[in-house]
Design a protein around this ligand. Structure first.
Ligand SMILES: Nc1ncnc2c1ncn2[C@@H]1O[C@H](COP(=O)(O)OP(=O)(O)OP(=O)(O)O)[C@@H](O)[C@H]1O
Length: 307
C-alpha cells in the first residue's frame, strides 16, 4: 500500500489515539485494515469499539496519530448504535432509505432511476410494502432493515457497523448477515463492532480485539482465544479513565501494540508482546493494566500532555 488511490477501501492507522476531553479511549493503534476485509471489532464494554468507528468515519478527531480511510471520506457508510439514532423524526421508510442516495447520485439526477434503486433496496432488506410507514411505527428489527437499505444505497467502499444486531431478532440478524456477506463478496471493506463471539466466529474472517488499545488482530480463529479475551477484560477493567495522552513519537513503550502486516488480516494473531520479543505475555504480566496506568502518568510527567 502506498497511499493515494491504493488506499481505496483500506483503513490505515498510525499511532492513533482517540478520546474525549483529551482522555484517551483508544490508543496506540497501528496497522491497516485491508481493502475488502470483513473485520469484527471485539472487546469488553467501554473498550473503545464505538470510539474507533467514530474515529474512522471522522466523527471524532484523533488526539494523536492518524487514521486514513479513503481516499474520499464520502466513501464510508456508518451505522451508529441504535441508541444513538433518533427515531422520532417523522419520515417514512422510503425517505429514510432515500437518504442513502444523496451522495452517490446527487440531489436531482435521474429521479426515476433513484426510485427503482430504492424499491430494490427495500426489497433486499425485506421491507417491500413498508415504503410509506412512518419510521416511528417500525419494530426494532424492521427499523434496522430500513437502515440497512440506506446503507445499500450509499454504495460505499467502506461500511462501519456499530453493534448492528444488538436487540435484533434472529431472523432479521440472519438476513442482515447475508447482506453483509454479499458486501464482502463485492469487495467492500466491512468493519463491525460486535459482542456475540459465536457470530463473529461464524461470519467474520478477521477480528481485532481491543481493550482501550489493540490486544490482538488477525484471523478470527487465531485471535479469539480464551487467553486473549481474558487479557482484554483484565486490561479494560484496570484502565484509568483519567489517564493523559502520550504522544506516539515520544512514547517509549509504543512497541507493545499489535501490527497487522500491511494489508491486514494476515497480521499477527498473537499478543503483541510475544511476536515483538517483549515480555508482555499475559502470564508474565498479570498486572499489566496497572502497569499501563502507571506508564501514562509517568509519560504525562515526562512529556507533558498533548495540547
Ligand atoms: N461522548 C463521550 N464523552 C466522554 N467519554 C466518552 C464518550 N463516548 C464514550 N466515552 C468513553 O470512552 C470509552 C470507550 O467507549 P466506547 O463507547 O467507545 O466503548 P465500546 O467498546 O463501544 O463499549 P460498549 O460495548 O459498551 O458499547 C468509555 O470509557 C466511555 O465512557
Amino acid at each position: 500500500m502506498n497511499g493515494g488511490s491504493a488506499l481505496t477501501g483500506a483503513i490505515r492507522f498510525r499511532g492513533l489515539t482517540l478520546g474525549y476531553d483529551r482522555h484517551p479511549a483508544v490508543h496506540h493503534l497501528d496497522g491497516t485494515i485491508a481493502a475488502g476485509d470483513l473485520l469484527a471489532v471485539v472487546g469488553p464494554n467501554g473498550a473503545g469499539k464505538s470510539t474507533l468507528l467514530k474515529g474512522i468515519v471522522g466523527e471524532i478527531r484523533p488526539l494523536d496519530g492518524t487514521v486514513e480511510a479513503g481516499p474520499r471520506s464520502g466513501a464510508i457508510a456508518y451505522l451508529p448504535q441504535a441508541a444513538e439514532i433518533d427515531r422520532s423524526f417523522p419520515v417514512s421508510v422510503l425517505d429514510l432509505a432515500a437518504m442513502g442516495l444523496w451522495r452517490p447520485l446527487g440531489a436531482w439526477r435521474s429521479l426515476a432511476r433513484q426510485r427503482s434503486r430504492l424499491i430494490e433496496a427495500l426489497a433486499a432488506v425485506g421491507l417491500t410494502g413498508f415504503e410509506d410507514r412512518p419510521i416511528g411505527t417500525l419494530s426494532g428489527g424492521q427499523f434496522q432493515r430500513a437502515l440497512f437499505a440506506r446503507l445499500i444505497l450509499q454504495d460505499a467502499r467502506i461500511i462501519l457497523l456499530d453493534e448492528p444486531f444488538t436487540g435484533i431478532d434472529e431472523r432479521t440478524t440472519a438476513d442482515l448477515l447475508a447482506l453483509i456477506r454479499g458486501w464482502h463478496g463485492e469487495g467492500r471493506t466491512v468493519v463491525a463492532a460486535l459482542h456475540d463471539l459465536a457470530q463473529v466466529r461464524a461470519h467474520f474472517p478477521s477480528t481485532l480485539v481491543i481493550a482501550r488499545r489493540p490486544i490482538a488482530w488477525g484471523p478470527t480463529r487465531e485471535v479469539l482465544t480464551p487467553p486473549v479475551l481474558a487479557r482484554a477484560l483484565r486490561l479494560s477493567e484496570a484502565w484509568d479513565e483519567a489517564a493523559a495522552i502520550c504522544r506516539h513519537d515520544a512514547h517509549h513503550d509504543a512497541h507493545h501494540e499489535v501490527h497487522p502486516a500491511d494489508g491486514a488480516a494476515a497480521a499477527e494473531p498473537h499478543e503483541h508482546g510475544q511476536s515483538h520479543g517483549h515480555d508482555h505475555g499475559p502470564a508474565a504480566h498479570d498486572h499489566r493494566g496497572h502497569e499501563h496506568r502507571h506508564d501514562h502518568h509517568h509519560d504525562h510527567a515526562r512529556h507533558g500532555a498533548v495540547s
